[in-house]
Design a protein around this ligand. Structure first.
Ligand code: ADP
Length: 162
């Protein structure tokens, strides 16, 4: 069974990585797919996010990374993926995720949404939190893969430090 794990991953956090690793143990293949989110102003362009995810998942054999612009179900059909993987952190995630799962089911009956509960240590973590910490000069090493921390510091140095 092939699973897709869609998201904006701007940037990928250790919480996302945890879901990818655990998903990889459950499914034959997991395709992490970076999708544009029209409601969010991006920090990194999509090809950069794809490269970041590729680098921090390179030790995992059944993980692929891709990007797509369009409906998630269309991508799933293209890849013959029967599962859409999502992570659930807190109760407030649930409402939107459930709505999306029902919508996707209506759009295509060939795919099931599977939720993985976030590991406790990452339940507070989001890409937005990471971006906020970085903007205010904090360290992000505890929250993102090493290669992503390097990219974030480079970005901050380029655009925010005089
Ligand atoms: P989106 O913009 O589609 O919500 P995100 O990159 O924010 O994309 O999240 C992608 C998926 O990863 C979502 O299912 C989200 O709930 C999950 N996720 C985000 N942060 C964490 C975390 N810290 N632990 C587990 N899952 C997470």
């Amino acid at each position: 069974m092939i699973a897709i794990y869609p998201g904006s991953f701007d940037p990928i956090t250790l919480g996302h990585l945890d879901i990818i690793q655990r998903g990889g143990k459950l499914f034959e293949r997991v395709i992490v797919v970076v999708l544009p989110n029209p409601n969010k102003q991006p920090l990194f362009p999509i090809p950069k996010r794809v490269a970041q995810i590729r680098e921090c998942t390179s030790h995992l054999t059944n993980i692929e990374v891709d990007s797509f612009s369009g409906l998630t179900v269309e991508y799933a059909k293209l890849k013959r993926a029967g599962v859409l993987l999502r992570g659930l952190r807190v109760l407030s995630d649930f409402e939107g995720e459930l709505q999306m799962a029902h919508t996707n089911k209506m759009l295509w009956d060939g795919m099931e949404t599977v939720f993985l509960a976030t590991s406790n240590e990452y339940s507070f973590l989001s890409s937005s939190v990471v971006k906020e910490i970085a903007m205010f000069g904090g360290s992000v090493e505890l929250f993102v893969p090493e290669n992503v921390a390097v990219d974030i510091y480079a970005y901050i140095n380029k655009y925010f430090k005089k």
